[in-house]
Design a binder for this molecule. Structure first.
Ligand code: KG4
Ligand code: ZN
Length: 350
């Protein structure tokens, strides 16, 4: 039996959790939405300060909720990247302090590995499996062969789909987060009424692009406004339906290719806020006969439990770190994949 603390602070959620093997004893997440709301995106300096203020509070709350003393822990795991560096540093410094004070092993975890290994925590997924991460900050297909073995089959070359949903909502005067708002609006829309492109679908491989789609939505909105002197309610719903249908088409076609490229896998796992979208879920179910694993939303979005779990997997392999553990803004899971350019509103996509 292993008791492990996991700390997450790479974006805009301060997370701390205690796991006893696969059992989640606590999973505290302190969000920062209100702090960033006025800026239309995560402000790195504000995020860093909030993490520095809240990380010890989150850890204390997680230990208290779990009924576990620091001394009872077997190890302390922390996100060491990739992400907004100020936040990552807050978590790493906190974890180092705790490890130094208690003499417990310190384990630096890749944030994306945390997401990618979550299906093993929630569904006991067997290696190898295919993973699609789709959130406000991530979008990639990974073949997961082991706790430290990931092959990146493709991903977005610009925005993450969640970012695109959020931007489209802003363009159409819908509330944030944009995903649920656009999905609700799309229900009464006619996707065929607004022609939108499917960027990169005509190119081989599993890479995706969403920024052109965003621009196409802007044009569709402006055309409607010029024609009607405002945005008619039905047109807004039509644009939402058309945008969502385009995202579904892109993700499902690329998933089909990723499944073919991944070869023999035991399951297709999806995680990230965007995976909450019913149309996207239905589309992904339709492309495979494999079990489709979708961890509950609270474990799909950023949290400390996934970091604790990934840390546990590393601990079992004897992989611990020392006080030289560095916070890394960029840290690709698959060192063999070509580096990506640019970082989205939620930071580097690694
Ligand atoms: O994984 P997540 O909670 O956070 C990070 O990206 O860190 O994902 C949030 C993203 C937001 O962009 C939000 O608009 C999107 O997931 N999202 C959705 C839906 N629910 C959340 N996108 C499409 N449809 C949804 N139902
Ligand atoms: Zn994340």
């Amino acid at each position: 039996m292993t008791l492990i603390l996991g700390i997450e602070s790479s974006c805009d959620d301060t997370g701390a959790a205690v796991l006893r093997d696969r059992e989640i004893l606590s999973n505290v997440v302190i969000g920062q939405d209100a702090l960033h709301a006025a800026y239309g995106g995560v402000v790195p300096e504000i995020a860093a300060r909030a993490h520095a203020e809240k990380v010890d509070i989150a850890v204390e709350a997680a230990l208290a909720e779990a009924g576990v003393d620091l001394d009872a822990l077997d190890a302390i795991a922390v996100t060491a990247g990739p992400g907004l560096i100020g936040g990552v540093l807050s978590g790493v410094m906190c974890a180092k302090g705790l490890a130094a004070a208690t003499g417990k092993p310190l384990i630096g975890v890749n944030h994306l590995a945390g997401h990618a290994l979550t299906p093993r925590l929630t569904d006991d997924a067997r290696f190898p499996y295919l993973m699609l991460l789709v959130s406000g900050g991530h979008c990639q297909f990974l073949r997961v062969d082991g706790p430290t073995e990931f092959r990146r089959l493709g991903g977005t070359i610009d925005d993450a789909p969640g970012e695109a949903f959020d931007k489209v909502a802003r363009l159409l005067g819908l509330p944030q987060p944009g995903g649920p708002a656009v999905e609700a609006e799309a229900k009464t829309g006619d996707q065929a009424a607004i022609p939108l492109p499917r960027p990169l679908l005509d190119r081989p491989g599993c890479d995706m692009s969403f920024s052109g789609l965003k621009t196409a939505v802007l044009r569709a909105r402006d055309t409607a406004v010029a024609e009607h002197g405002g945005l008619p309610k039905q047109t807004r719903a039509d644009i939402c339906a058309a945008f969502q249908a385009a995202v579904v088409d892109i993700l499902t076609e690329k998933a089909r290719r990723a499944l073919a490229e991944a070869g023999d896998v035991t399951a297709f796992a999806v995680a990230g806020g965007v995976a909450a979208n019913q149309a996207i879920r239905a589309g992904l179910h339709a492309v495979t006969d494999l079990p489709v694993l979708a961890p509950p939303l609270a474990l799909c979005t950023d949290n400390g439990a996934m970091i604790a779990w990934a840390g546990l997997e590393r601990l079992r392999l004897g992989m611990t770190d020392d006080m030289t553990l560095a916070a890394r803004p960029r840290w690709p899971l698959d060192d063999t994949a070509p580096a990506l350019l640019g970082g989205g509103k939620k930071g580097a996509k690694a």
